[in-house]
Design a protein around this ligand. Structure first.
Ligand code: 2HG
Ligand code: ZN
Length: 456
C-alpha cells in the first residue's frame, strides 16, 4: 500500500529530504538481512538525527497508523530488522555520538547508532574495555545490540548486553521519551524499564541511547587452540579451566566441517597436521601473562590431542580466525538456516551427538555446520543446502532442543525466524504476559509487528 504523499512529506520535514530514502537502490541495503535469507520491501527508509526526530516520527506513524521496523547495523541473524509487510524502516545509525565517557567511574553513554568497535576504541586508551565482543563489531550498533540482548564471545566472564546496562533513553510508540540515565550503580526504584527493553527486539520502544558500564582492560591475553576427541572432552577442559583460572574469557568450540569451510574460503592453513573430531579455543586475559598458568592447567588434563598457544596479537588473531571466520565462510558457501540454541551444559553432548542425524533425517541433502560458545552451552547450528523456506530440519532441531530442556534462541533473538517455535520453550503464561506488555506499550501495534508477538 503506497504511503500518502502528505505522510512522506511530513517525514521529510522531520528528518530532512536527504534522510528519507525512497529510491529502490538506496533502500535495497535496508530491505535484506545480513544472511540474505530474509527480504522485504519498504516504501521509505527514514534516518533521524536526534531523539527529538525519532519522537516526532513515532507520533507521525501513530497518527497515520503506519507500522515501522527499527534497524541498527542490520547484522541481526533472525530477520528481526527487515520490513516484511511494507513497514517503514527507521534506521538509527545516525544517532552515532558517544555522548559521555567517564573514565573515573568506568561508564559511557552512547547513541543507539554507535558501533561496538567505536565504543571499544573510545575506552581502551583509558584502561577500560567493554564486556561484550562479537565478530560483527564494526557494523553492529549499541542500540541494536541492546534491543536484541546480543551475547558474543565473552558472556562466560561478563554476561551479555543485559548485564552491561546502567541506563536507557527510548521513545515509546506514542512519541513520549523515556529517559533513565542516572549513572547510578544502584537504583532500586520500581520496574527496571531498561531491562524490559533489552531483548525486546524493537517491539516495545525505540532505543535511542544507552548508558553502559565498562570492565577493566586486561592487556595481557593468552589464546589456546586445542584439538580434543569430542565435545564432552571439550566441556571437561572448560570446566577445569573455569575452576582454576578466573581470567578465562572465552571458550569456543567448532568441528571439522566448519574448519574445512573456513580454511577453504578464508584461505588459511590447517592449524594442526591431523584433523580432529572437535576443536576448543580458550582465551584468558589478565593484568599479567597467563600463558604459563594456562599451559600448566592444560598439561594436567587428559584427552588433549594437540594444542597451540599464542600471546602476541598476530598469533592470537591467527588462532581466533579459525573460529571467528565461520559465519562469513558459511555465507560464501550458501545461504544458511541459522539455529542459535542453548542447552543445559549436561545435555550438550547428547544434543551434539543426535542433531546431525535429526537434520539428515528431515532432509538428506542438508549439510549441518556446528560451532559456538561452549562455555555457555550455546551452539550455532547452521544448515546449508536447504531452500530458504524449507523449515522441516529447523523444526526437527528445535524440537530436539525443547526435548533436552534448552532454549530455541540463545543470543540472536526470535525475529521472524523463530516465531513458529516460540511455544516450544516459552509457556502459554509467558507468552500471555509478553502479549499484555506489548499491548500496554504499543497498543496500536506499530512497532516491529510480527516479531516476538504474533500479528493480531
Ligand atoms: C557467532 O557466534 C555469532 O559468531 C554468529 O553469534 C553465529 O553465524 C552464526 O550462526
Ligand atoms: Zn554467537
Amino acid at each position: 500500500v503506497p504511503l500518502p504523499d502528505r505522510f512522506l512529506h511530513a517525514l521529510a520535514t522531520i528528518a530532512g529530504d536527504h534522510h528519507v530514502l525512497t529510491e529502490p537502490d538506496l533502500r535495497a541495503g535496508y530491505e535484506t538481512d545480513w544472511t540474505r535469507r530474509y527480504h522485504g520491501s519498504t516504501p521509505a527508509v527514514v534516518r533521524p538525527g536526534s531523539t527529538a526526530e525519532v519522537a516526532a516520527i513515532l507520533r507521525l506513524c501513530r497518527e497515520h497508523g503506519v507500522p515501522l521496523v527499527p534497524q541498527g547495523g542490520n547484522t541481526g541473524l533472525v530477520g528481526g530488522g527487515v520490513p516484511h509487510n511494507g513497514e517503514v524502516v527507521l534506521s538509527l545509525r545516525r544517532l552515532d555520538a558517544v555522548a559521555a565517557f567517564d573514565p573515573g567511574s568506568g561508564e559511557i553513554t552512547a547513541g543507539a547508532g554507535v558501533t561496538l568497535a567505536t565504543v571499544q576504541e573510545a575506552v581502551r586508551a583509558q584502561g577500560w574495555n567493554f564486556g561484550v565482543d562479537l565478530a560483527s563489531r564494526d557494523s553492529a550498533t549499541i542500540g541494536g545490540m541492546v534491543a536484541t540482548n546480543a551475547g558474543g564471545i565473552r558472556v562466560l566472564r561478563y554476561g551479555g548486553m543485559r548485564q552491561q546496562i546502567l541506563g536507557i533513553e527510548a521513545v515509546l510508540s506514542d512519541g513520549a521519551v523515556l529517559s533513565r540515565m542516572p549513572g547510578l550503580l544502584k537504583d532500586n526504584s520500581g520496574y527496571d524499564l531498561a531491562q524490559l527493553l533489552a531483548g525486546s527486539e524493537g517491539t516495545l520502544a525505540v532505543i535511542t541511547a544507552v548508558r553502559l558500564k565498562l570492565v577493566p582492560q586486561q592487556p595481557q591475553r593468552a589464546v589456546a587452540l586445542l584439538a580434543v576427541e569430542d565435545i564432552s572432552a571439550a566441556l571437561r577442559v572448560v570446566s577445569a579451566v573455569r575452576r582454576t583460572m578466573p581470567s578465562l574469557e572465552a571458550a569456543e568450540v567448532f568441528f571439522p566441517e566448519g574448519l574445512e569451510l573456513v580454511c577453504r574460503h578464508a584461505r588459511l592453513p590447517y592449524p594442526f597436521p591431523a584433523t580432529h573430531p572437535c576443536y576448543l579455543l580458550l582465551e584468558c586475559a589478565a593484568q599479567g601473562d597467563e600463558s604459563a598458568p594456562l599451559a600448566g592447567t592444560l598439561a594436567a588434563i587428559a584427552g588433549i590431542r594437540d594444542s597451540a598457544i599464542a600471546t602476541d596479537r598476530p598469533g592470537r588473531d591467527r588462532l581466533w580466525a579459525y573460529r571467528e571466520r565461520h559465519t562469513e565462510s558459511i555465507s560464501v558457501e550458501g545461504i544458511p538456516h541459522k539455529l542459535d540454541v542453548t542447552l543445559p551444559l549436561g545435555r550438550l553432548p547428547e544434543f551434539e551427538h543426535r542433531v546431525r542425524a535429526v537434520i539428515s533425517g528431515a532432509e538428506p541433502a542438508a549439510r549441518p555446520v556446528l560451532f559456538g560458545h561452549a562455555g555457555d552451552g550455546n551452539l550455532h547450528v547452521n544448515i546449508l543446502g536447504l531452500a530458504p523456506d524449507d523449515d522441516r530440519p529447523d523444526d526437527a532441531v528445535l524440537r530436539l532442543v525443547a526435548e533436552l530442556g534448552g532454549s530455541i534462541s540463545a543470543e540472536h533473538g526470535i525475529g521472524i525466524a523463530k516465531m513458529p517455535w516460540l511455544h516450544l520453550t516459552r509457556s502459554t503464561a509467558d507468552r500471555e504476559a509478553m502479549r499484555a506488555i506489548k499491548s500496554a506499550l504499543d497498543p496500536a501495534g506499530i512497532l516491529n509487528p510480527g516479531v516476538v508477538i504474533p500479528r493480531a
